[in-house]
Unconditional design. Sequence first.
Length: 443
Amino acid sequence: MIINSKIPNIKKKLENILIIGSGGRENSLGWAIQKNDVIKKIYLSPGNAGSEKIKKCLRINLDITDKNDLIKKLKSLEIDLVVIGPEIPLAKGLGDFLRKHDFDVFGPNKDGARLEYSKSWAKEFMKNANIPTSNFWKVESYEAAKNIIINSKEPLVVKADGLASGKGVFIPKSKDDCLQATKNIFDGKFGKSGKIVVLEEKIQGPEVSIFALCDGEKYVLLPSAQDHKRLNDNDEGPNTGGMGAYSPTPLVTRNLLLRITEEIIEPTVLELKRKNIDYRGVIYFGLMITNTGPKVIEYNCRFGDPECQTIMPLLDKNFVILLQKCAMGTLSGNEKIKKSNKVSGCVIATSKGYPQEYKTGLPIKIGKINSTYCQIFDSGTSFSKTGQLLTNGGRVLSIVCQDLDFDMVFDKAYKTLKEINFDGIFYRNDIGHQVRKNFPKDN
Ligand code: AMP
């Protein structure tokens, strides 16, 4: 049986979409997909309380572990394209399974998801393909790690090999810190994800996010973005899933993008092919722009959150066509994503305590919002029995705005935030500080 054969220009039905996931990322994907008139229904499983306020979007509860039932339901819903949002189902092979049953899927198979779910595999992949990245050591015992840490002349970064919800990376301040972080991982802090540790040379420079929509051979780039991982203003405090982002980033000039394409993107796509990995989904390149050029810090096998919410409003209605082409393996390579002439920014409203413990179930009040070029994508929300909107996560709402410059964008975003309230609401006031001319100013 030939599955998803690569026949260019083949027209397939594209009416009903299923998006797997429950965050702001998935809601923003739904929002961008519904823009195209060919789309009839978008199912989000499980979605959240914000999903059904997006046109054509419906929540549905699918048990993705009950495989036979899943196939039956997708067939009865006449799903034309499945978009898998988060990394865990990808790492568990949901893409492989659905493809075996002839569904078009945007999201790599398990072999491709390895770029994200094994940091040591990704580092070796880069080494083989000569892709610029920091030096590294893959270690399988605390003793081996200790030896490297004690003898290292340079500061090191410590990473658990497997998936750890963005919490498996440590930037130690001293050798003792470094030893302790390594010990914690080997002692089981991240369970199986910490059986292997990657020690990396610490590199420096601004970070940028690049996304390539890939069909296994060809790819299309989305606008670049920068996110803010630290909890507090001035990039202080613990790492989070992301407190805000902006796009495009002026740091990525035409020339830099050319260099990134030549040195990093092309060799990544080629190396995947060389390894017989038919990668149909998005490749996220987390890059650091060092003094000696761009280097890969990490790959993800899915859209970043909140970069996704930030970028989606800049794309035109053909975005979903590109997703389908990637899923079918039929990109021509000449597609250009039509980008808006506007720029976009996102601020995340979080619950007090995040990224550690936080309360859920707190009522959310939203005042009058000017929705022109402003979207609120729910990240972690639910409804009470009486239909009251409640917090249901550490990251609660993504406030995304577009305008002609970043000052106007963040002006709008912070004005919108003034209309939103829940007990313990917390957000950074300096998102986009790198690109706001009038920063700092009174928000
Ligand atoms: P990751 O989850 O791999 O993206 O790492 C989280 C954050 O840790 C990155 O966004 C960087 O700020 C930082 N980081 C990761 N690897 C390195 C490295 N080799 N050198 C310096 N900082 C790093």
